[in-house]
Structure formats: structure tokens, C-alpha cells
Write a new protein. Structure first.
Length: 263
């Protein structure tokens, strides 16, 4: 993969997840051994820039579904849109790529009791809170963690701008407005089939073959490069042994891709 002048741009959680998806695919089709996959996945989840991710995936054949993702296509490495929030700890996985985060600033105590947001009840709770706060359920990206959420949504009164927020019992603005690109699309969280997704969340550890696992992040977004595709939900699971797996489904719960843990 050719190196670019944009290689020093900081990577987002979603970029690390995309890189891990490529490593998962490379393991599945024999490009990588289990040892190589484990080592590269661990490094990918700690990567800070696109340059570091390039070194991990540059010698791989890339699946078509990820060919237009920011970690592959430099033109999509938009530095203007980043989730800006208090220090986030990204936990590396030693097998199939997964992702987790936690706000570590002790000054950010929740304003109210918040249920686990990666459960069906937590999703329902968050969407009610979101609707009450903004009067709609429109978003550009959303990441639900057990005790907080981070998201981007169009700026009020200016659809060409995007704002970043954190929710941990109350909604806080964690970044200045940034310009949305021409191909940026919003989605309506109100179209999520909450019953179907709740079932998937409850059964995710079993589906992904992660014994005693727990859902660590649920991300909502348009897949990079999917000009005509629907928005998707990625569900990532991890257990105490470090076994991980993830699945990608539609807002209606229809599965698109499933990457279970493999010994």
C-alpha cells in the first residue's frame, strides 16, 4: 500500500476496528497465521496514527467491503470529524479484533443512574434520553459503551457542520463544530428495531462463541464507502480471557457479517 502525506493523521476507534476487521479476514482466508493475527491485532488496537495501521495491513489483500474505508483510502481520512472526549482507554484483543473504551476522568461522574448502555434496556434508555435532549433521533455516528456514549450529530441550524458529544448521564459538548464532507450522511436512530437488536445483544456472546463474554461497544454508522448501503450496527464482545468476536447487522437486526472467536 503506498504511503501518503496523510499517514500521520490520528486514527479513530472506528479506524482501528476496520483494521482489525481486515486482519480477521486475512486470518480467515489464510493470509495470516494465528500468531501473526494475534500480534497484529494487539498492535492495531494500540495504534495512534494511520501510519501505524498502514504497517499492519499494507501487505494484505483487502476485502471489497472494506476497500473504501479510511485505513485503505487516503481521501477518506477526514481529520475534521473526530470523537473528542475525556481520556479513552482502548483495550487490545489477542485474537479476533474487538474494541472497548472507558472514560477515565474522575471529574465526569454521571448526573443520574445510567443502565448498561450495551443492553437492550440500555439502548432503549439512551434513545429516550437522546430524543428528550434534541427533539429527534438523528446522528452521524454513535458508540455505546457500558457506562457512556460518544456520538456526532449535525450542528443545530447548520447541516454542513457536525458536533461531537459525550453522554454519561448528561449530555456534554466535547468538540467544536467541524465541516461535514459532501458524502457525509446522517441516519435516524428511531428506525432501529429495538426488540430485534435487544435479542442480538443478549445472545451476542453465544453467537460469537465468546464464553462468559460481555458486549463492550455497540457502534452505529454508515460503513465507509457504502454510498448506497444502509447504516449498520457493529456489536463487539470480549471476555476475561481476552477472547473476542464481533458482528455487523442492519438497523432491522439482519446480519451482514459475523466474526466469531476461533481458537
Amino acid at each position: 500500500m503506498p504511503r501518503t502525506t496523510l499517514a500521520g493523521i490520528r486514527a479513530r476507534d472506528s479506524d482501528r476496528a476496520d483494521a482489525c476487521g481486515m486482519l480477521d479476514a486475512a486470518l480467515a482466508d489464510g493470509q495470516l497465521s494465528a500468531e501473526e493475527h494475534a500480534s497484529r491485532t494487539s498492535t492495531a488496537m494500540r495504534a495512534k496514527t494511520f501510519d501505524e495501521l498502514d504497517r499492519l495491513i499494507g501487505d494484505l489483500q483487502i476485502p471489497s467491503r472494506l476497500a473504501a474505508s479510511p485505513v485503505v483510502s487516503p481521501r477518506r481520512r477526514r481529520s475534521s470529524r473526530r470523537w473528542v472526549y475525556a481520556a479513552v482507554l482502548v483495550v487490545a484483543a489477542a485474537a479476533v479484533g474487538g474494541i472497548a473504551g472507558a472514560v477515565t476522568n474522575s471529574d465526569l461522574g454521571p448526573a443520574k443512574s445510567v443502565p448498561n448502555l450495551t443492553t437492550g434496556a440500555g439502548l432503549h434508555f439512551f434513545l429516550d434520553e437522546y430524543r428528550a435532549e434534541y427533539g429527534d433521533t438523528v446522528a452521524d455516528e454513535l458508540g455505546l459503551y457500558p457506562d457512556h456514549a460518544v456520538f456526532d450529530r449535525p450542528a443545530a441550524g447548520n447541516a454542513r457542520q457536525s458536533d461531537s458529544y459525550l453522554y454519561d448521564g448528561e449530555f456534554d459538548d466535547w468538540g467544536s463544530s467541524s465541516t461535514r464532507s459532501d458524502d457525509e450522511k446522517s441516519f435516524d436512530l428511531g428506525t432501529v428495531d429495538q426488540v430485534a437488536i435487544a435479542r442480538l445483544l443478549a445472545g451476542a456472546p453465544e453467537t460469537l462463541r465468546v464464553p462468559d463474554g460481555a458486549v463492550e461497544i455497540v457502534s452505529f454508522r454508515y460503513e465507509p464507502g457504502s454510498d448506497d448501503g444502509p447504516p449498520t450496527i457493529s456489536i463487539h464482545v470480549k471476555n476475561a480471557a481476552g477472547h473476542t468476536g464481533h458482528m455487523v447487522v442492519g438497523f432491522d437486526g439482519e446480519p451482514f457479517d459475523i466474526y466469531p472467536y476461533e481458537d
